[in-house]
Design a protein around this ligand. Structure first.
Ligand code: PMV
Length: 326
């Protein structure tokens, strides 16, 4: 009645931005991501009939109440799926740099779903696991698979066709993803709140929806053809378009800080020098820069030299769900 699973975090190239169903975590649009090798969560789940509530340890310490509540709510969904009544001991270890503003919810919820289902001895396929993980955090559904992954938004009201599908494995196209960590003092608007506000108030949100599926199709063609220029152009434009919906929301909000712009400008300079690099930004100030492996060192040095960048972490495509012991 105990199992351990590991999931890696992912970075969206075509963004998931906006929910059509808040409870089931159903997205307005399909999205596409790369699972990263460097950042992951390892979670052990043990069900125990003596427990009166779930007990959650994060990085070796009892988690704060808000975290435990969030985890326990997700466990309720897993219990409902499995027809299980017992509570569980949950121990998570996050290999995501502290305060790096890198989302650990994707790897966290994916690892928890996989470990809990395994602990209950239930055999599930990737699609079912992806549907479960999605209900912990939308982007978690993509972390079930390694490499390049598409989350198909689905059409059904019950969410049974809203799940990830693998496009290319982590060994099929070895790109470099450089994660630039910048100083951040500002309290951020959560992705949940950010999505809600832009969907209901941004006049640009309609344009986002009208064009995102075309971006996705272009990204998929580029991936199939290993066409880095085509992929880079569409992923950068898609990220900027997502952020345009936040700037135009009411009240408006902006995830960027001045250091975010420093990185964006350096990427433009690299391209002027003939080095192909493209950026993407999620619901925070950090920037992820993509390049081909042959340019990794040059891009790393250029980004590391930016005074407002604290650290540059080099990642590559990583694996899907793995089961322990580790
Ligand atoms: O699933 P969440 O709540 O972590 O939302 C993810 C939102 C973005 O990171 C901005 C985009 C994405 O597709 O991951």
């Amino acid at each position: 009645m105990e199992a351990t699973a590991r999931a890696h975090t992912n970075i969206a190239l075509i963004k998931y931005w906006g929910k059509r169903d808040e409870k089931l975590f159903l997205p307005m649009n399909s999205s596409l991501s790369i699972t990263l090798d460097r950042f992951y969560t390892t979670t052990k789940v043990a069900f125990d009939s003596a427990l009166k509530a779930d007990v959650f340890f994060l990085n070796g310490k009892p988690a704060i109440d808000a975290e435990t509540t969030k985890i326990s709510r997700f466990m309720d969904k897993i219990r409902a799926f499995a027809g299980e009544k017992r509570y569980a001991y949950i121990e998570s270890q996050n290999e995501v740099p502290i305060a790096a503003g890198l989302a650990s919810s994707a790897s966290g919820m994916a690892a928890l779903a996989a470990a809990a289902v395994k602990a209950l001895g239930i055999e599930v396929d990737g699609r079912t696991l992806s549907i479960l993980a999605r209900q912990g955090s939308g982007s978690a559904c993509r972390s079930i698979y390694g490499g390049f992954v598409e989350w198909q938004k689905g059409e059904k009201a019950d969410g049974s066709d809203s799940h990830a599908v693998p496009l290319l494995s982590e060994d099929d196209w070895d790109l470099s993803i450089l994660s630039c960590l910048v100083e951040s003092k500002q309290k951020k608007v959560s992705s949940r709140e950010g999505m809600k506000r832009t969907v209901s108030t941004s006049p640009f949100y309609k344009a986002w929806l009208e064009t995102v599926e075309t971006d996705l199709a272009a990204a998929k063609s580029a991936i199939a053809a290993r066409d880095f220029t085509m992929l880079g152009r569409v992923l950068e434009a898609n990220a900027l378009k997502m952020h345009a919906t936040t700037i135009s929301a009411n009240p408006p909000f902006l995830y960027w800080q001045s250091a975010t712009l420093d990185v964006m400008q350096e990427v433009a300079l690299l391209r002027e020098r003939g080095i192909e690099a493209y950026f993407t930004i999620d619901a925070g100030p950090n920037v992820k820069v993509l390049c081909e492996r042959k340019d990794e060192e040059t891009v790393y040095h250029a980004l590391s030299a930016i005074p407002s960048v604290r650290e540059v972490l080099v990642c590559h495509p990583g694996p899907g769900i793995q089961y322990g012991p580790f």
